[in-house]
Design a protein around this ligand. Structure first.
Ligand code: WTA
Length: 630
């Protein structure tokens, strides 16, 4: 029986959906998880395999450095692959992949295990050991999955850099992580063109001195430079006898690092968010199972990129932990035509589609006919992530893509949380634009400036009040910043950086970031990265970046630039500066707009007041200006 809700536009689940889902009674599960928090998570953990059991579920003596499943030993890859290979699931498809050029490949669990072992042996032959960092810079290919799993299998820490990032972003991340090995694709297909990943990496490596070996995976086969002594083709090493040796998964402590992933924060350079083998495994496994209600026969498609947390948790680890069949597509949604996605859903019989509001708005713009000419009746569930979804896009997704039959799982979470935090389940009544309530057992709140809970329907800071298994453990190499950034504003609570309000039904509505993070097409960028790219141009003295609302992208980047004395303010220079940011940070960071200014609003301590720039651009009241210097 669905519960009664008192406010807003509510979509109740069909009786059949409730009857068939893992979690039929959300309220009962939430009550159980709240009252038996540790037991709830230990029961979930017991569904997976451990080389050695835990002595303690949560260790909180050294807050906020929480530990989970203390004393336990496991390896996430053992649970992603080896566990299934021992069962009839060995012949089930783990991965179905389609290239933008129409090529397609499939891997059973057995085959993915075999290929991962091979990849792991190649890494070992390059001297990669437990605890070493390996940077991965690739497109959406089966090999990126193998590369990540291979690192984790031997206990190395992967650091995936999204293939849409460019020279300086890659350089900075390689250097900060002190990676000695880089795994790169020669190129990737995107909108019929080749993204020259290896060329970009070559340029980044001229700036970074730590890398000794570059392992190159062939995808496009176009001409690239291979530096002798440094660069090696993966496919050549993979045929050597050493690659076919046995390679049992390294026994990892539950708290041993699994990966770092760089993300943008409040100020300064991107920070390396660290996740571990044990807790992250339990968190991603459980949330995917319950929220996307994974069934034996499912074909699940998360259309994100493996280079972001969504790809880590819900393309690579979560689906494999659940033994499901994942689909991955290399290219653009409108190549060669705007029906590419729908064609593939029909062709492969996809049951679950998980994507971002920006993609939905983009697809919506091309018109319904591209969608409705395909048989999408295989779809059972839809998902959304990355930014608030506007009700108009929600309804289009629901009515046109889901034919009014597929509940939409609007999942709120972050690189730092590792797993879904505010999310419905198929049996939960939905309100377009709200991710509903915290995952069972989680305590979240909306606070005012003083740290007091705000009243219903009032805006405030969204915080998390109890630890969760897939939580960030630290910022790699900078534990002080971890404490400062997340736990100092409201001691004892994790600061999400988002503002939100809670309605009379306890449903949470995300409003947006309250820090210097800009979400452009769902991609998380920092004003600091864009500004430092601008300032690295010889003509620029100072720059400020802000996000302004954009119909499809959610936010678009607007920049204000002070030029060196005597430099002429031309339209060509604006274009050149946009291109420069694209080259340094990546095409996703290219400003929509560059404005030349003579000064920037600053506080007396010299901090740029982006809030004032934003208010001015939007023509609204800038609020309190008492700290403005001039
Ligand atoms: C935003 C992405 C509204 C939010 C998984 C958060 C969302 C940031 C949602 C994290 C959602 C993510 N509704 N906003 N369903 N999901 N966000 O680290 O501002 O790339 O803080 O992780 O995305 O972005 P990140």
């Amino acid at each position: 029986m669905a519960e009664k809700l008192i406010s807003g536009d509510v979509y109740f689940p069909a009786e059949e959906t409730v009857a068939n889902s893992h979690v039929k009674d959300w309220n009962a599960l939430n009550k159980y998880a709240l009252e038996n928090y540790e037991k709830f998570w230990s029961e979930r953990a017991s569904e997976l395999e451990w080389f050695q059991p835990w002595e303690k579920i949560i260790e909180d003596e050294d807050k906020p450095f929480y530990k989970w499943f203390v004393g336990a030993k496991t390896n996430i890859v053992h649970n992603c692959l080896d566990r299934h290979v021992k069962t009839p699931n060995r012949n089930k498809l783990a991965l179905i992949w389609e290239g933008e050029n129409g090529e397609s490949k499939t891997y059973s669990y057995f085959a993915l295990h075999r290929e991962t072992v091979k990849f792991a042996n190649v890494l070992k032959s390059l001297g990669v050991k437990k605890g070493d960092r390996v940077t991965i810079y690739m497109g959406r290919s089966p090999e990126i999955v193998m590369a990540m799993l291979a690192c984790a299998r031997i206990g190395a820490i992967h650091s995936v850099v999204y293939g849409g990032f460019s020279v300086e972003a890659l350089h900075e991340r390689i250097e900060d992580s002190q990676s000695r090995v880089l795994i790169v694709q020669d190129g990737a297909y995107q909108r019929g063109k080749i993204v020259p990943l290896k060329d970009i990496a070559d340029e980044a490596l001229q700036r970074a001195a730590t890398v000794e070996h570059v392992l190159v995976v062939k995808r496009t086969g176009h001409q690239i430079n291979m530096e002798s002594g440094r660069d090696m083709w993966y496919h050549e090493l993979a045929t050597l006898p050493i690659a076919t040796q046995k390679c049992p998964p390294e026994e990892m402590d539950a708290e041993d690092p699994l990966f770092i992933l760089y993300t943008s924060g409040t100020t300064g350079k991107p920070k390396a968010i660290l996740h571990t083998h044990g807790g992250y495994m339990v968190g991603t496994y459980t949330t995917l199972k319950y929220v996307f209600d994974i069934k034996e026969e499912d074909r699940y498609w998360c259309a994100a990129d493996p280079g972001w947390i969504t790809g880590h948790s819900y393309i690579v680890y979560g689906p494999l932990l659940n033994g499901t069949t994942s689909f991955m597509y290399e290219g653009a949604p409108n190549y060669p035509y705007p029906n590419r996605w729908w064609q593939m859903i029909e062709r492969y019989g996809i049951n679950i589609l998980y994507t971002a509001p920006t993609a939905i708005r983009g697809l919506m713009r091309w018109g319904n006919a591209w969608v409705t000419r395909h048989d999408l009746s295989s779809l059972r569930l839809l998902g959304s992530v990355g930014e608030p979804i506007n009700p108009e896009a929600w309804k289009w997704y629901y009515d046109v893509v889901g034919r009014g039959k597929c509940p939409i799982m609007d999942t709120w979470w972050q690189t730092e949380t590792g797993m879904f935090m505010i999310t419905p389940m198929p049996s939960v009544p939905l309100k377009p634009g709200s991710g509903t309530r915290p995952f069972p057992g989680l305590l979240m709140d909306v606070l005012d400036e003083e740290g007091k809970s705000v009243k219903n329907n009032e805006e405030g800071f969204l915080v998390i009040k109890n630890p969760w298994p897939a939580m960030i453990r630290t910022i790699y190499g900078d534990p002080d910043r971890y404490v400062q950034q997340y736990w100092s504003r409201f001691p004892g609570s994790y600061l999400t950086g988002d503002s939100a309000r809670r309605d009379d039904d306890g449903y949470i509505w995300i409003i947006g970031r309250v820090d210097d993070v800009i979400k452009v097409s769902g991609y998380r960028l920092g004003t600091a990265e864009i500004e430092s790219a601008l300032v690295s141009h010889p003509y620029v003295v100072e720059a400020a970046a802000i996000g302004l609302p954009h119909e499809v992208k959610g936010n678009a980047i607007h920049t204000f630039v002070i030029l060196k004395y005597g430099v002429e303010k031309t339209e060509e220079l604006k274009e050149e500066l946009k291109k420069h940011v694209g080259h340094e940070v990546g095409p996703i960071a290219k400003p929509e707009h560059v404005e030349f200014v003579d000064s920037l609003p600053k506080t007396r301590s010299g901090k740029i007041m982006r809030r004032v720039l934003k208010a001015k651009a939007l023509g609204i009241d800038p609020g309190n200006l008492s700290t403005l210097e001039d």
